[in-house]
Design a protein around this ligand. Sequence first.
Ligand code: FE2
Length: 388
Amino acid sequence: MLMPEFSTEDYLLYAPYPSSSTMGHWLEETNQITRHILSNISEAEHLVPQLNILNPPLWELGHLTWFHEFWVHRDGQENKPSLLEDADYLFNSSEIAHEDRWSTSTPCLSDLLEYNHGVIEKTKQLLHNPVDTKTAYFIQLAIFHQDMHNEAFAYMWQTLGYPGPFPPFSPFVTPSILEDQVQTWIEFPKSTIKAGSDRGSGFIFDNEKWGHSQDLPAFAISSNPITNADYLAFLESETNLSETKPVSSPSHWKKDGESWFERFFQEWLPLNPASAVRHISYLDAQRFCELQKLRLPNEHELSVLMSQKQDIWQPSYLWEWTSSTFLPFPGFSADPYKDYSLPWFDGTYQVLKGGSLYTPDRLKRVAMRNFYQRDRSDHFCGFRTCLG
Ligand SMILES: [Fe+2]
């Protein structure tokens, strides 16, 4: 693959941008969530196990604050001073090895909260007035980055069995929501769609560059996500059980007598048959599809569905796996934070669409492409299927 060019200017085309007061409101909201999370954990809960799906909570706070300061107030340059000594050494995720996040001595919580306060106050000062396109871009980047780290706190807390760290943005799916909606196959004729995002679409991430035509054969996609009932029936089916290595139940499920339970943070709840099944890896979703002669939608098919009014389809409130490997679109070039997408185009990541109950609406754009490795199931993810 040819190395894409590093673009220093495309972000100036990400107009229009929100007003200073809207960005101020978003910043206040996302930062309050982060500070609330950090203020509500015990000393013991700071010591999370060293797993590749976790980060120490204090490191997360330092990192997201460093990221904000680095791009909004330091022009992305290490030679410009930080409010925190050694901030680049400690908190630049592109530099510090993952395992070193446990061994490096991180400043204490109160020092990190003070650093966070200092940085965010500087941005609030900027937002008392209208800002230029460049500043608006980096402020939005920092807010969305923090939103993603808040979501990461939610799925890390789910992994660890801690209580939910903040209230979900979307209602957790209750039986009444899915039971009312009969599953149907929605048929879409052959078409040519617009994939990606054009100049002038507002804020976008570099992996959406640029809008382009995509031919799409006819397809039929499920109106509903796969539910717990669907998944349990599959697990217990002869089709699965006769496999040499049958798919096993998700790690947050347990069976007690004849009854199944699922863990939501620290709480074991009776398995709700009508809820969308969550925490299924791409690999297990693929097995589910293969053994039932179904398939996962690709990212374009799921985008088409998600562009429809919600009276014909049922959202899952989960990131939904697609069969699309995360790859650059034609015309890709990395934006100034070049590690957002570029290092992950190695063919081992799959695209997910939609958004979870811990994703704020401002990130739930149809063109948004999330991506995770195929064996990951710790984030709030689920799936739906296509015929054929
Ligand atoms: Fe980050």
